[in-house]
Design a protein around this ligand. Structure first.
Ligand SMILES: *Cc1c(COP(=O)(O)O)cnc(C)c1O
Length: 228
């Protein structure tokens, strides 16, 4: 039987090995457990095994889980597509939003944040320039970053991407490297507070860490395969 706590222990070990291999401290990598389709009880098991960050893709699916786990020490991360009629709910229920890719959504999240600490935000970048993919185009990134950084109730922390799906390691590495370069290039130019580079999922988190990820988002490898 799949055990969430065993899986978390194994992934933590793999993260530590990948971090040391890249000359980095294992504690510099934050693990977000992605719990779409999973129950509040499964999330509770992950939290009992040491997880502190949970990622959800849909507001309506997340809300009852967030309510069920109220009081647990969890930072909730919104990692799905954002429709403008969902920003109010997202801005009040989540601590992080990783998928901001346009000014209008950033503005709404800031305006609608009704919690005293600012919302932690990552800009999602369409790093492989895929036509149907979410994310700001690379050419539009600095303008969006300047805009979002000036909003009062947002704390812009860095970048996130979902690279093109491929089994080719070198192609994937190039995508991660492109995002890492955008992250590093921006830091001296008004993005000095940036500390978060979110890339890498179940199939490729070690490669992402080798290329500089500070945050990985892992679902299947923690909770087992999804049925939908
Ligand atoms: C589902 C999802 C993940 C986790 O994917 P796995 O392959 O199950 O690890 C990570 N990031 C985002 C944005 C997702 O939607």
């Amino acid at each position: 039987m799949h055990s969430v706590s065993n899986a978390i222990a194994q992934i933590s070990e793999r993260i530590a090995i990948a971090a040391r291999g890249a000359g980095r401290h294992p504690a510099a990598i934050r693990l977000v457990a992605v719990s779409k389709t999973r129950s509040a009880a499964e999330i509770g098991a992950a939290v009992a095994a040491g997880i502190t960050d949970i990622g959800e893709n849909y507001l309506a699916e997340a809300q009852p889980k967030i309510a069920a786990l109220e009081g647990a020490a969890i930072d909730w991360h919104f990692i799905g597509a954002i429709q403008s009629n969902k920003t109010r709910g997202i801005a009040s229920a989540f601590q992080w939003v990783q998928t901001v890719d346009r000014a209008r959504i950033a503005k709404r999240l800031s305006d609608q944040r009704n919690v005293s600490d600012p919302l932690d935000v990552l800009l999602q970048v369409n790093v492989d320039n895929e036509p149907q993919k979410a994310g700001v185009a690379i050419e539009g990134l600095s303008e969006l970053a300047n805009y979002a950084a000036a909003l009062p109730n947002i704390r812009l922390r860095g970048l996130m991407a979902i690279p093109r799906d491929t089994d080719d390691v070198e192609t994937k590495r190039q995508s991660f490297r492109r995002l890492a370069n955008l992250f590093e290039d921006c830091r001296p130019h008004g993005c000095a507070d940036w500390d978060t580079l979110s890339m890498g999922m179940s199939d490729d988190f070690e490669l992402a860490i080798a290329e500089g990820a500070t945050m990985v988002r892992v679902g299947t490898a923690i909770f087992g395969p999804r049925s939908r």
